[in-house]
Design a binder for this molecule. Structure first.
Ligand code: AMP
Length: 284
């Protein structure tokens, strides 16, 4: 992979990169299309990264379908599908890790200790191997995208991080490889996650700015659906990921729930200017 990257760079071709864990869906494909438009050599990686899964998480059960993934990548004109093995990525004597120490502690980091250390480590390794000019990450995993941006800035990776918007099913459920785990009944219940985020947006447009009011409404909406257990409902500054009490700038409303055994995350960015004209004008 490094030899391909070197040759491509020497020939003046821009390398675009989309790292994934495979079992590709339209969310992944949207990122691939964003990268395709901006580079001459498009690399997609598929690697189910063992070190970002905690004990008791779904590493062994994580859905995999390499043949279908290959076909989809071919259709999107992906130039290189990079699928390293666990042993190539983590030989027995691997001892060095990359750890972001602030942004990764809250939200998903609180219930998944070590998760983001696994993510930053694998992405750093993939960046060094693929040597991309730009890499595309999904807003679906907003905390992850922010941590990768911070890693690239703090460790001087010469790569531009681009975010792609969340791609949803027609009923609003954010696409995820893990949606496959949901039973038919739970799949129907899962729509409450997006509905609760929409409710939050409508509160904003009615002039609500207090995040405690927003969080309470979201929790109530989620709590009204059977089998939906809330892990967190958080309102944080979009850049620092620190909790905020008022929506005074871009505010990430992030939600994690469990439905049955399946953990789902989703988010929306709340902005003060989403108030109707006339109210909130002072924020314009
Ligand atoms: P994963 O295979 O789940 O590790 O995801 C690979 C990339 O796809 C990450 O940057 C995710 O944020 C992104 N992604 C996953 N689901 C979606 C979605 N529904 N919309 C946009 N991007 C997504």
């Amino acid at each position: 992979m490094q030899a391909i990257a070197r040759r491509s760079r020497a020939a003046g071709r821009r390398i675009g990169f989309v790292p994934t864990m495979g079992f590709l869906h339209e969310g992944h494909l949207s990122l691939i299309r964003i990268a395709r438009r901006r580079c001459e050599l498009l690399v997609v990686s598929i690697f189910v990264n063992p070190i970002q899964f905690g004990p008791g998480e779904d590493f062994t059960d994580y859905p995999r379908d390499r043949d279908r993934d290959k076909l989809l990548c071919r259709r999107e004109n992906v130039d290189v599908l990079f699928c390293p093995s666990n042993d190539e990525m983590y030989p027995e004597d691997h001892t060095v890790y990359v750890d972001e120490t602030v942004l990764s502690r809250g939200l998903c980091g609180a219930s998944r200790p070590g998760h983001f250390r696994g993510v930053t480590t694998v992405v750093a390794k993939l960046f060094n191997t693929v040597q991309p000019h730009l890499a595309v990450f999904g807003q679906k995993d907003a905390q992850q995208a922010r941590i990768i941006e911070k890693m690239a800035a703090d460790l001087d990776f010469p790569v531009r991080i681009v975010r792609g918007p969340i791609v949803r099913e027609s009923d609003g459920l954010a696409m995820s490889s893990r949606n496959k785990y949901l039973s038919r009944e739970d799949r129907a219940r899962a729509t409450v996650v997006f509905k609760s985020l929409r409710l939050a947006k409508s509160l904003l447009s009615q002039g609500t700015r207090q995040t405690s009011v927003v969080r309470r409404a979201v929790r109530e909406a989620l709590g009204a659906t059977p089998r939906v257990e809330v892990e967190y409902v958080a309102t944080v500054d979009d850049r620092t990921l620190k909790p905020v009490t008022r929506v005074a700038g871009p505010t990430l409303l992030a939600v994690a729930v469990r439905i049955g055994g399946t953990r789902l995350i989703d988010n929306v960015v709340l902005r003060p200017r989403s108030a109707p004209s006339g109210r909130g004008a002072s924020y314009a």
